[in-house]
Design a protein around this ligand. Sequence first.
Ligand code: GLN
Length: 529
Amino acid sequence: MVKYIVVTGGVMSGLGKGITTASIGRLLKNKGYEVTAIKIDPYLNVDAGTMNPYQHGEVFVLDDGGEVDLDLGNYERFLDIELTKDHNITTGKVYLSVITKERRGEYLGSTVQIIPHITDEIKRQIKDVAERSEAEICLIEVGGTVGDIESMPFLETLRQLRMEEEVMFVHVTLVLNDAQGEQKTKPTQHSVKELRELGLQPDVIVARCREPLLDSTKEKISLFCDVKKEAVIGAVDVDDIYRLPSVFAEEGLFDVIKEKLKLDDRDAMESSWENVVIQLDSISRRKHVKMPRIAIVGKYTHLVDSYLSIREAIKHAAMELGCKPKIEWIEAEEFEEDEEGVERLWDYHGILVPGGFGTRGVEGKMMAIRYAREHDIPYLGLCLGMQLSIVEFARNVVGLEGAGSTEWSETPHPVIDLLPEQKKLKDYGGTMRLGGYEIDIVEGTLAHQIYGRKKIRERHRHRYEVNPKYVPLLQKHGLVISGTHKERVEIIEFPKNRFYLATQFHPEFNSRPGKASPPFVGFLRSMLR
Ligand code: GLN
């Protein structure tokens, strides 16, 4: 029987509920339990695929092709597991399923209502995923904050779930310091009150706080919120999110969960997570740490979460190599307005051009790629970054004037284009190539060197491809195609440079602490020489 831990949030959004959920999961995994996690997103979108990363943060892509909330990325990274699109439940998905059944007449003439039909459907989806995952403990994070209209049916469902399954509730809040430095518990009290009005009583309160929670603060929260004092857990700010499982361990969270969920005793061998903590410690202890500067030239650079997985992948690589990169986000359009501006890239040890859609900023990104190529600055291009590398190369090395991608406009040299099968799909609503595909790597290339293997599997999210007609011409001018999936170009490199590698896939989605993504390790290593 799967046991459930429900994580809700109060006071305000952005308290790091996703990281908290992932860290609780990791704590349990370190103790020897099989864990999985579900994210509930109360919005009406069926999935995150259509959502603007500028408003919502990155769209995370799973191996099965699911386009999901970025918190699933946090779960995969912390728990080192692979999730499916069903691990992200949205209001849109639930209603779509209920309305489809209603149209098929499956409700046999009854009035279809939020209770019980929507709530039953939510329950069915939760249990289904949890059981299929074969985990012992399933975390369920409810997006948004308690009190949002959208999340009501979900909270009602979880209240009911308690009658049927072993469930515990964790509520994440914030403890602020006032001007005198006193820790204030009123917002926590209020949000627990709100939770209780819905018939839910938390078993654990995780309070985000700048300084460790004082004993007296814990006592007060315990008294007013009806939670045992040991179950008031301080989530003090940490220098790195991967330290949070250790914080929870020290605060005694495991014993509280063990008692509440009646978990059996295990002699867990310390897991691979220990290495992650060792890597972090060794960097923070070192007096002299190399700090390569990386410029990420993109479009949504003012919302750092729009490239969350890239940031994490760089961090994983840095942990492995024992350095501390400094990432700077540069709006590609800046270069278009001021051509000299691209010269400022000289100050960086590495340049990264990430994925993206649409036309805005593409010329600026290509200026950055050209600068990297001509000045031999280590360069990593991802998805759109690779497509732009091809266009830049076609224009400035091969000499194909006006070369471009048919995604942006008509061009005499469509070096990036829709393949015929994708064209067919586009007529039916523009389906993308999504998820994990096997890739063959050419021996003796940089890609082979960094991956150390001839077959890899990486995740995709794009429509356009390198036009195979132009491949021989590009190769003749020194571009190397080092990875392919059938006739599709997956990895390119330019061996004249120290490190110039670009991928059609998104390696960042497979990167994990302790298992850094090879292109990121290679990229960073080339900067340390
Ligand atoms: N816009 C490009 C395509 O659809 C690249 C997509 C991406 O970078 N994720 O092919």
